[in-house]
Design a protein around this ligand. Structure first.
Ligand code: ATP
Ligand code: MG
Length: 252
């Protein structure tokens, strides 16, 4: 199985943008197929990649919980749920998108969640890379009962508040049932030089800054025009920054 790359951080700092830029870069490098996972209930990774999102895992779970008898007679419910997840995959030329969707409401969803989680993990094995855009905080990652992340990018904008959110996430990591191989900070909307106060705070967290992405007005234009970030020009500042990041080898 290929690598699992995940982005986490405070709300609005650029997780979805970075996830889309990473997917763009992997496609450019021919490093496909990719499974893009939108793990944010207010999902918009699909939109950012120019896709229409029709079905989510949350919908599948809700429908099943509302009407457990919907399983066709004679069919095992695990196989039924797995086939629904497979149908919900949104296919693109070089990647597929899986949208987690809304959170569960009342009641025990453990059985359904376990089936869905383990199937998603098995599904990921047929891709070279899995890129997970998380919601703010670590809810999704912490709900996972197992699994590994090869590269966890902790995203912050150029603010101490953003950094402190990363510090909290970093402190939570050892308590999660998740093996994180590598972890690095990405600073978005970063100035050319980081201030001493910012750098001192980074040092306290004890994780390296692996990329800085300057303010990129092209991103805002694309956002306004609802254009796919996959179509960003090679020269835009954010693309160049992610290209540099992805061309650096992962440390052993
Ligand atoms: N480097 C950048 N330069 C300029 N604008 C940026 C940059 N990075 C992100 N943005 C813009 O900031 C906004 C928020 O970005 P994005 O949606 O990626 O954040 P997020 O962390 O996924 O947010 P949420 O927590 O709501 O999911 C978007 O409009 C995006 O275009
Ligand atoms: Mg987002």
């Amino acid at each position: 199985m290929g690598t699992v790359i995940a982005c986490a951080g405070k709300g609005g700092v650029g997780k979805t943008t970075v996830s889309a830029l990473i997917i763009r870069q992997l496609i450019r490098a021919g490093d496909t197929p990719i499974l893009a996972v939108d793990a944010d209930p207010n999902s918009n990774l699909g939109e950012t990649l120019g896709l229409d999102v029709t079905a989510t895992i949350g919908d599948i779970r809700e429908d099943f919980m509302r009407d457990p008898q919907s399983v066709p007679s004679g069919m095992d419910k695990t196989i039924y749920l797995e086939s629904l997840v497979e149908q919900s995959l949104i296919e693109h030329e070089n990647f597929d998108l899986l949208v987690m969707g809304r959170q569960e409401g009342q009641g025990c969803y453990c059985m359904v969640n376990n089936i869905l989680n383990s199937f998603t993990e098995r599904l990921a094995e047929s891709y070279r890379h899995m890129v997970v855009d998380n919601e703010a905080g670590m809810e999704h990652l912490s709900r996972r009962t197992s699994g590994r992340v090869d590269m966890l990018y902790l995203i912050t904008d150029y603010s101490l508040r953003g950094l402190r959110a990363l510090a909290r996430i970093n402190e939570m990591l050892p308590g999660l049932k998740l093996t994180v191989k590598e972890c690095g900070i990405i600073v978005t909307r970063a100035p050319e030089e980081l201030s001493d106060a910012f750098s001192a705070e980074v040092e306290q967290i004890g994780l390296p800054i692996v990329a800085t992405i300057p303010h990129d007005p092209t991103l805002l234009d694309f956002d306004m025009e609802k254009r796919s970030l996959l179509e960003l020009p090679d020269t835009s500042a954010s693309v160049v920054a992610i290209e540099q990041l992805m061309s650096a080898p992962l440390s052993a």
